[in-house]
Design a protein around this ligand. Structure first.
Ligand code: NAP
Ligand code: MG
Length: 462
């Protein structure tokens, strides 16, 4: 157990204004592994003032120099790769191999992508008799969740810094240690004081103060739809920019011509990865009625194999929520074919990999984000029915289509109301825009599209 002091504000670790701390718990054994300061509105204000003061200098820094600092940041993260993976394992419970490749590896790659983009992006363009400058929006308030602790931070901070914005981050209370490692990397990378600031704290206290701060120009939030709606309302009331990355209930559509076993196995892996705590997870598997029982049997077998391999969910509240959904699904008439609500271990917030069959589109488990290792399998009659079901939720973040012929899968994907679709198991692309249709959010992250979120245009006419 280690008491971590201070918050990274204006280029140094400074004591918090108040005495309160947050306990960080290892979800695999329920032990307290450390504490961090619980920041207040006073700390947020100090951080925003530092970010405001640093803005003129950083926004005027040539993009090539910003790119060099981002490359140094990527290198500082890469030098901490092992420590990042261990920290994510300790505070989120991610299995070590997954922590290394995804939780540490992906954000290092994303940081590198923004070093490249800062160096190559056209921050100035000619449009007829105008010169259009792409200028930074200003001070960014970033509020991030715990499910991919470092990725969610880098997906906001790296494009914001590349754009010339300055940043105040309020990370999730469950995973603040990874955020502290990121601040350490920023410090080592030699970013000027105040360009990036970290305030650890509780959402309704520090998070809310950041979203409401009049000197924050853009709020970028990733998390639940409930909190996202409040933040959108606060930002709307103040006419400030807002980006919202919210939940999902993505469909994995297996067309009759697909390789059924492959589609089911990859689909189950997609849901179980990170213990189901992925906003873009394909939590609804859609199968033609003629292949339905075969798919359910394949899914049950595949899920059972994950029993030993997935980590816990993040905390006791999340475990109770996931179990509650499994029970609700069964109460609504779903058939439990793998896993279940009982705890598989005595210690730790574990949930068994669970497959619910005979799920119909109106059930809560087919409509609401569960955020745990729970797959629902739905049957469809024909392609039109599959499309109706796929599009029949308030969400639209991701999805998958499988078909014997790629063109057939693409034709179906083009009719889906969703921001990303993987065709026949296509790989995740960290440069492709990521974000939601409908209530999955507002705005896009990653790649050049993620950079433009942090820019505003100024046109000079000649
Ligand atoms: P959450 O409460 O929305 O947390 C996201 C972030 O917002 C955290 O940093 C949180 O701080 C902060 N926050 C909470 N209340 C706030 C407020 N009133 N004003 C400003 N910031 C606030 O999400 P959660 O409770 O951790 O998870 C609940 C559900 O959200 C999950 O079951 C899942 O369905 C969904 N979720 C989605 C994503 C995604 O990537 N789309 C990620 C995580 C969760 P604290 O950490 O102190 O709460
Ligand atoms: Mg919360």
């Amino acid at each position: 157990m280690k008491a971590h002091d201070g918050m990274y504000i204006d280029g140094a670790w400074r004591p918090a204004a108040g005495p309160d701390v947050i306990e960080v718990v290892n979800p695999a054994d329920e032990r307290v592994i450390g504490t961090v300061p619980a920041g207040t509105a006073e700390d947020v204000d100090a951080a925003v003032r530092a970010a405001r003061a640093a803005l003129p200098g950083w926004s005027a820094t040539p993009p090539a120099e910003r790119a060099a600092r981002l490359a140094a940041l990527r290198d500082a993260l890469a030098a901490r790769e092992e420590e990042i993976a261990e920290t994510v394992t300790a505070e989120l419970g991610a299995p070590p191999a997954f922590a290394r490749t995804v939780h540490a590896g992906l954000p290092i790659a994303v940081a590198g992508s923004y070093a490249d983009l800062a160096a190559t992006y056209a921050f100035e363009e000619k449009v007829g008799n105008s010169t259009v400058y792409h200028e930074p929006v200003g001070v960014v308030g970033a509020i991030t969740p715990w499910n991919y602790p470092l990725h969610q931070i880098v997906a906001k901070a790296a494009p914001a810094l590349a754009a010339g914005c300055t940043v105040v981050l309020k990370p999730a209370e469950d995973t603040p240690l990874t955020a502290r490692l990121f601040a350490g990397a920023v410090d080592e990378a030699g970013l000027p004081a105040g360009v990036f600031n970290l305030v650890t704290g509780l959402g309704p206290v520090a998070g809310q103060a950041l979203a409401e701060h009049p000197d924050v120009d853009l709020v970028s939030f990733t998390g639940s739809t409930a909190v996202g709606k409040r933040i959108g309302a606060i930002a709307g009331g103040a006419v400030k920019r807002v980006a919202l990355e919210l939940g999902g209930k993505s469909a994995n559509v297996i067309l009759p011509s697909a390789d059924l076993a492959r589609a089911v196995n990859v689909g189950v892996a997609n849901v179980m990865s990170n213990s189901g705590q992925t906003c873009s997870a394909w939590t609804r598997m859609l199968v033609h009625r003629d292949q339905y029982e075969e798919a359910v049997a394949l899914a049950a077998t595949a899920a059972a194999k994950y029993g030993e391999r997935i980590g816990p969910v993040v905390n006791a509240k999340q475990r109770a929520r996931v179990r509650g959904y499994i029970e609700k699904g069964v109460a609504e008439g779903a058939r439990l074919v793998s896993g279940g609500p009982e705890s598989p271990c005595e210690r730790g917030y574990f949930v068994s990999p669970t497959v619910l069959a005979d799920v119909t589109p109106g059930m809560a488990v087919a409509q609401e984000e569960i955020f745990g290792p729970v797959l629902t399998v739905l049957r469809y009659d024909d392609e039109e029915d599959a499309l109706r079901i796929a599009n029949g939720t308030v969400y639209g973040l991701a999805g998958a289509v499988w078909a014997g012929d790629e063109a057939e899968a693409v034709a179906f994907a083009r009719r889906m109301d969703t921001g990303q679709v993987d065709i026949n198991g296509g790989r995740f692309n960290p440069l492709a825009p990521f974000g939601g249709y409908k209530q999955s959010g507002v705005g896009r992250e990653l790649g050049a599209h993620g950079l433009t979120e942090y820019l505003q245009t100024k046109s000079l006419q000649f």
